[in-house]
Design a protein around this ligand. Structure first.
Ligand SMILES: Cc1ncc(C[n+]2csc(CCOP(=O)(O)OP(=O)(O)O)c2C)c(N)n1
Ligand SMILES: [Mg+2]
Length: 381
């Protein structure tokens, strides 16, 4: 059934949402994309934002899908695998254009909050590979236009980030550039998972990227990352300042390390990167920001903590004996993350972020990408 469905659509996209076992799907998804001529819009937590031979894997669809370009290039069809995508502009784009929508959902989760799915399939990767064998790639230029737009977006993002001091978008981009092959990245809910979706690029070397999307909780983040590290994989966790203080007890657990008799390596390799922006800044990206009285907004939504994450981390480091580093540049972050195998144990890296500058930079990044793809849509329509 999927074969006929896919053959009937030229302008499709494959969407990959969060999947712990996304590796299992890589070959099947790549084969399907090559055979259909559809681009792959994969969030990092799907494990599929990686270089795949002959496949257009977008890095910046979160930014592209906010632009007029994306509405001038509407999709006929969406094939989704994995959990509900993190990317809100993607959900809105699908809701606006209502493409045919196949959901490959072998565990029958039926996660489709906006009732977009028109074909539900409980098939696995082998069946998707079989479907790919039946398709003949139409040479529509569709995937190439996505590749071109994504390249323009990347150039716009780099032009801006390379010229400015370290803020949250650069931190997310740098994690993808610096973490060695075979590492794991665990991302907290709130802005970290969104910034990683927007700015961490496909790479050739494997990097496992995990999050507990669930109900978007900001609790238990350090504990969950410790669980990943306890499997023996060197792990870096990107966490906001509120989520960090919600789970300081997790640091104690990490520091106590999991003994080999309980399935752990006996010696964790865990790096906690805290973006310290003075509270819950995600709320200032919502429509209520600028409408509600600013003092009430800060007190009730941002909830700025009384002391900085650096102060907290340095006190705890002295008490517990882990390493604490307070940094302010991409170069410093790279130097700390890139050295493979040199950091067994627990260390906390804190980065001060000016929340106003960060919000303004996010807006300018979106504007820069919109300008970069203006007029790049297909002329044949
Ligand atoms: C357990 C829990 N409590 C409260 C919330 C509501 N909440 C969502 S995002 C957020 C702010 C998180 O702040 P921070 O970790 O500093 O990340 P930032 O928004 O600055 O990126 C809060 C309180 C939640 N999602 N989960
Ligand atoms: Mg914060």
């Amino acid at each position: 059934m999927l074969s006929e469905w896919a053959a009937a659509h030229e302008r499709g996209v494959v969407v990959a949402g969060p999947m712990w076992d996304g590796d299992r799907w890589a070959e099947a998804v790549a084969a399907f994309c090559r055979a259909s001529g559809w681009p792959l819009l994969a969030e990092p937590c799907s494990q599929l934002r990686r270089e795949l031979d002959g496949v257009v894997v977008t890095d910046h669809h979160d930014l592209l899908l906010r632009t007029a370009w994306a509405d001038a290039e509407p999709p006929d069809a969406v094939l989704r695998i994995g959990g509900a995508p993190t990317c809100k502009p993607l959900r809105l784009w699908i809701e606006r254009h209502r493409p045919a929508f196949a959901f490959v959902d072998p565990a029958s989760t039926w996660t489709d909050a906006s009732f977009s799915v028109s074909l539900h399939l409980t098939i696995g990767p082998e069946a998707v590979t079989d479907v790919a064998r039946t398709l003949l790639s139409p040479d529509s230029g569709w995937a190439q236009r996505w590749a071109d737009a994504d390249a323009r977006a990347a150039a716009a993002v780099d032009g801006l980030l390379d010229a400015e001091p370290l803020l949250e978008a650069s931190v997310a981009r740098q994690l993808g550039r610096s973490l060695p092959a075979g590492h794991a990245l665990y991302v907290s809910n709130s802005m970290p998972v969104r910034d990683v979706d927007s700015y961490l690029r496909a790479r050739a070397e494997p990097l496992a990227v995990h999050a507990n999307r669930g109900a978007s909780g900001i609790d238990g983040v350090i504990s969950a990352a410790t669980g990943v590290a306890a499997s023996g994989t060197p792990t870096t966790v990107l966490v906001g300042d509120l989520a960090f203080r919600h789970d300081l007890g997790g640091l104690v657990g990490a520091f106590d390390t999991v003994p080999a008799t309980h399935g752990g390596s006996g010696d964790l390799d865990l790096t906690v990167v805290v973006v310290d922006n003075g509270g819950g800044t995600i709320f200032s990206f919502l429509p209520a920001y600028g409408v509600i009285d600013s003092e009430a907004f800060e007190r009730l939504l941002t909830t700025p903590p009384g002391r900085s994450s650096s102060q907290l981390a340095s006190g705890l480091a002295a008490a517990m004996g882990f390493e604490h580093l307070h940094i302010g540049s991409c170069d410093e972050l790279h130097a700390l993350l890139a050295a493979p195998g040199s950091n067994r144990g627990v260390r906390v890296i804190t980065i001060d972020i000016d929340a106003d500058a960060n919000r303004d930079q996010h807006r300018r990044l979106a504007d820069a990408v919109a300008a970069a793809v203006r007029g790049a849509e297909s002329r044949s329509q």
